[in-house]
Design a protein around this ligand. Structure first.
Ligand SMILES: *Cc1c(COP(=O)(O)O)cnc(C)c1O
Length: 407
């Protein structure tokens, strides 16, 4: 029985904590994690939660409690993970265009590091030589993912060192006698076709023999989750089976057993999340029947930012007739959540819930239009806990330095 929160539970949470509010269901995260673990049970695989999807420290602690490791995209995420109680050896810092000072800091904190540029690899070599292990983030030149804005491994992408520059990589590795412990790729998000991962593995296996001290192959994240009814997710059992075949074949031919790493973000936390808004205004026009909610792209930017689809439901009218609406926000910019969507008849004051709101929802929110960021609530064992209070007016002024303005 898949874990989910009922419309009644969501309505009660909206009544208790107000709207707009992000709600996360802990047991759903666990269910997703267990899917991964059981699919890969016959392989030597571990998982690092890509925490940029959702970093509330309570979520990090929950993720730690169910046994996952954590992958970070900034030094502050590394510090949050340490604060949440992850030991350094369970924290991976996969860098992307960062300053070398952050890599030095990560090394001092004792976490695992993936480097994504020849420049930083060289600086690392000069400073640390063979004394500290490091991974290399490669760009495999593979097109993957839901759309171009969320693709990261293709041949025009900024991410990773292009694998065609292997000679340069090897020159740096040799010059400084670098201790290369892992090779990393992350080709994009919402990858449904498991063969994309297999192609990535093949690209990596080509160059594996150059790295004698290699222990892991890190295949990144990007698993697809269902967004619409009838939509499917990445077939984990099929992926695990194909990955196993590839790695077993490799172990036989090269006599080396490499551990497999993945960095799922969305897969773990997308479906656990619900974003509840309230309808401010109904506006009928010749072109559309607008439903304006008490939120906007300041709280959930994914539809406007990269055309993400979020299923929306009117949880205040579960049995009403369907009508066509355009759901928009209250921000002074074009701010459309959904065009021509069928919802059960909507009235002002109704609660609309956005599904799949756990990943890159709150995390990408802002105070644009000087609006407050939403509250966050975690439901665990059937009980709802406030895990971030809604902003207050003082929060808008928190870092402002007031100077005397002469007339
Ligand atoms: C964002 C990111 C991920 C997670 O991607 P999802 O699509 O959320 O699974 C994994 N690895 C790296 C390096 C990332 O930047």
């Amino acid at each position: 029985m898949p874990q989910s929160l009922s419309p009644e539970q969501l309505r009660a949470i909206a009544d208790e904590f107000g709207t707009p509010v992000y709600v996360y269901h802990a047991e759903k995260i666990k269910e997703q994690y267990e899917k991964l673990v059981s699919a890969f049970a016959n392989t030597n695989t571990i998982f690092f939660y890509a925490c940029k999807a959702l970093t509330n420290v309570n979520i990090l602690r929950y993720i730690k409690s169910i046994g996952a490791n954590v992958d970070c995209s900034s030094i502050n995420e590394v510090k949050l993970a340490l604060y949440a109680g992850f030991p350094p050896e369970r924290i991976l810092y996969t860098s992307n265009g960062i300053g070398f000072d952050e890599i030095v800091e990560a090394k001092e904190l004792g976490v695992i590091i993936n480097i994504d540029s020849l420049s930083n690899l060289e600086k690392f070599g000069k400073k640390f030589g063979h004394s500290y292990p490091v991974g290399i983030r490669l760009r495999p030149n593979i097109m993957a993912g839901g759309n171009l804005k969320i693709s990261t491994g293709h041949d025009k992408s900024k991410f990773g060192i292009p694998v065609d520059q292997i000679d340069k990589i090897l020159a740096v590795v040799q010059q400084y006698n670098l201790f290369i412990k892992d090779l990393h790729i992350h080709t994009g998000s919402e990858i449904k076709d498991v063969d994309i991962f297999i192609r990535g593995i093949e690209v990596l296996f080509e160059i594996v023999p150059h790295f004698a001290e290699l222990e892991f192959i890190d295949l990144g994240g990007g698993f697809k989750v269902p967004y619409e009814t009838g939509d499917s997710e990445t077939d984990m059992n099929l992926l695990a089976q194909k990955v196993k075949e590839d790695f077993d074949r490799h172990a036989q031919t090269r006599g080396k057993n490499l551990q497999i790493w993945f960095e799922p973000g969305k897969f773990l936390v997308s479906e656990c999340g619900y974003f509840i808004t309230k309808v401010n205004v109904m506006k009928e026009t010749a072109s559309a029947n607008f439903v304006s909610v008490n939120s906007g792209f300041n709280h959930l930017i994914r539809p406007m930012f990269y055309d993400a689809y979020h299923r929306i439901e009117n949880i205040s009218n579960l049995k009403g007739d369907g009508k066509v609406y355009s759901v928009v926000g209250n921000i002074c910019e074009t701010d459309t959540f959904a065009w021509n969507r069928i919802l059960n008849e909507v009235k002002e004051g109704d609660y609309l819930v956005f599904y799949n709101a756990g990943a890159y929802g709150f995390e990408m929110s802002s105070n644009f239009n000087s609006r407050y960021k939403p509250a966050e609530v975690l439901v665990i064992n059937g009980k709802a806990h406030l895990i971030r209070r809604r902003d207050k007016f003082e929060d808008l002024l928190r870092n402002i330095v007031e100077v005397k303005i002469e007339k």
